[in-house]
Design a protein around this ligand. Structure first.
Ligand code: ATP
Ligand code: MG
Length: 560
């Protein structure tokens, strides 16, 4: 096998084989088919990257198709959010389609099925129908309405469409086989009555087609060559094909359904229904809460489209379901932000340092690089003065030789500034350290080229000048669930595993260059992690989200 062939995923192998067996490249066409009943999540990102990725690889069109057949759950807000998210991920669709565009065509085809003796109106209750369903090993029972005359079926089905009947009074069923070993083939429902306004067709329709009847026929109308869905639809494939058999015309392309494994992410849930529950019950502030595994939540958290695409590419697609550790997603955002995020200094848990031999009132604006990983990112000046903040964790009165930060009698370099030495500290009555008194070496200024500036000390600390620091609210996030796989417990609901400490809000002190920073801006707080300006931020009150720490501390804690 050539190297190129080896790197193909199994869906691409199927397509390559189809091309060898007579499909032409012009026949290839794909779609991404979300139901607008919630916001897209990281699982959808896999499906988006797969479908749009195939479009790019084969230079084929990809439709964005909204599977909008359940007006009870679907809304325009979700349609808008889905479009925004797909675009933000960096993909463009060929045409925007809606299953509801095909309601008339689907209705006409359903009438044709009735006329061909392939569909009938059942007037039993859903409970009665459920009883007749049988089991995987026992046949079902035929409905007493199964052999209604074609004329009676047409009249009833038209009556359903024209609003003559209440919800639940009649359904249209395909007449297939109540003895089939595939229970989905036991006269599946094609239409139900729903007196609900639809976000696009409003009250034009009061019957709505079911997923199985809609999906394949929509693929056929759009002439989709490969209709890719997740594994739970594998058993539906037989029905997908049966429905196509009823309508496909010669010389037209017949879509193929193929299945791949759903992607699950650890410490969260990837299901719109469950995510909606988190929103409705106020566990999070909304679909775009930075703790949510939604595309909009990840965006607000500070994720880049590249990092999500790289993640999806790395995990690839599979034939079997498994759980992907969220630290892999974090790895990808860290990797990308390392290249593109400007470095700034901010202190989140401050302790005051006074440099006793630095003149009072003096301020120096020190040059520092915006991103050592990217020399085109330029330089800026940061203010240095006699009183600064460093992180409380970065100072200890006494410590062993492995502690490379500041201790009494020891030296550290202040990033882009001077070498300081801790001489003494003051404490409050409870014994908490209130101030550290240091001296600095005036000849050790970074970048000055002097011998002292090149002198090596073990530790380098970040800092901010107290007089110049700006305050910001900083939101630190942790896993939303304490369990790796919260929705797989038989005896417990996923809501029982919510992490009560998934959000910690603190005050940070930042260098003044961040004063007018705009929402969405991503930076690295040196030595702390990557942060992003939240949409709640304003000139009066800056708000930062921690996207991810610099190191994978979670995995370390878990392994202790
Ligand atoms: P949810 O349960 O979250 O609503 P869904 O599958 O019902 O998921 P759809 O809007 O119908 O959501 O999904 C659109 C496409 O995205 C489908 O092709 C679906 O198979 C795919 N998809 C959804 N969730 C995942 C996932 N976790 N991993 C991979 N693909 C997914
Ligand atoms: Mg769904």
């Amino acid at each position: 096998m050539s190297e190129a062939a080896e790197s193909l995923n199994f869906i691409e192998h199927i397509i390559e084989e189809d091309l060898r067996n007579g499909y032409s490249r012009q026949d290839l066409r794909f779609r991404f088919p979300p139901e607008p009943n919630g916001y897209l999540h990281i699982g959808h990102a896999s499906s988006i990257c797969l479908n749009f990725g195939l479009g790019i690889r084969y230079d084929a069109p990809v439709n964005l198709r909204f599977d909008d057949t359940n007006p009870a759950k679907e809304e325009q807000e979700y349609v808008d959010a889905i479009k925004r998210d797909v675009e933000w991920l960096g993909f463009s669709w060929d045409t925007e389609r809606y299953a509801s565009d095909y309601f008339q065509q689907l209705y006409d085809w359903a009438l044709q099925l009735i006329k061909n003796g392939r569909a009938y109106v059942d007037s039993q209750s859903s409970e009665e129908m459920a009883k007749q369903k049988g089991t995987p090993t026992e046949s079902g029972t035929e409905s007493p309405f199964r052999n209604r005359s074609i004329d009676e079926n047409i009249e009833l089905f038209e009556g359903m469409k024209n609003g003559k009947f209440e919800e639940g009074s009649h359904v249209l069923r395909a007449k297939i086989d109540m003895n089939s070993s595939n229970m989905l083939m036991r006269d599946p429902i094609m239409y139900r009555v729903l007196h609900k306004a639809h976000h696009r067709t409003n009250t034009d329709w009061c019957i709505y087609p079911m997923y199985d009847w809609t999906h394949g026929e929509s693929d056929y109308i759009e002439q989709i060559s490969h209709s890719l869905c997740t594994l739970e639809f594998a058993m539906h494939r037989e029905l997908y094909d049966w429905f196509l058999d009823q309508v496909v015309e010669p010389r037209k392309l017949r879509p193929k359904q193929r299945e791949f494994a759903r992607r699950n992410l650890s410490h969260t849930v990837v299901s719109k229904r469950k995510l909606l529950q988190l929103v409705e019950q106020g566990v999070v502030t909304g679909w775009n809460d930075p703790r949510m595994p939604t595309i909009s939540g990840l965006r607000r958290r500070g994720y880049t489209p590249e990092s999500i695409r790289n993640f999806a590419e790395t995990i690839g697609i599979a034939k079997r379901e498994n759980l992907i550790d969220v630290s892999l997603l974090e790895f990808h955002v860290r990797e990308h932000l390392n290249k593109v995020a400007p470095r700034v200094m901010g202190v989140l848990n401050p302790i005051k340092v006074v440099i006793t031999n630095y003149p009072e009132g003096k301020v120096e604006w020190l040059e520092t690089e915006n991103n050592p990983e990217d020399h085109t990112a330029g330089i800026r000046n940061i203010p240095f003065s006699r009183e600064i903040y460093i992180e409380r964790d970065d100072f200890k009165e006494e410590a062993n030789r492995k502690f490379f930060r500041l201790k009494l009698g020891g030296e550290v370099r202040l990033k882009s500034a001077y070498i300081i030495k801790a001489e003494s500290c003051t404490k409050d009555t409870d014994g908490n350290i209130t101030e550290v008194h240091c001296t600095y070496d005036p000849k050790s200024k970074s970048g000055s080229g002097s011998e002292e500036s090149l002198r090596k000390v073990k530790g380098t600390l970040h800092w901010v000048s107290i007089a110049h620091a700006i305050e910001a609210e900083v939101r630190l996030y942790d896993r939303l669930f304490i369990d790796e796989s919260p929705d797989t417990h038989k005896d417990k609901d996923f809501m029982e595993f919510i992490n009560p400490n998934s959000l910690q809000v603190i005050k940070g002190f930042l260098e003044p260059s961040l004063k007018d920073v705009e929402a969405g801006k991503r930076v690295q707080f040196q030595r702390l992690g990557y942060f992003c300006v939240d949409s709640d931020s304003s000139n009066e009150k800056l708000v930062f989200n921690r996207t991810v720490g610099l190191r994978d501390t979670w995995a370390k804690i878990q392994n202790r």
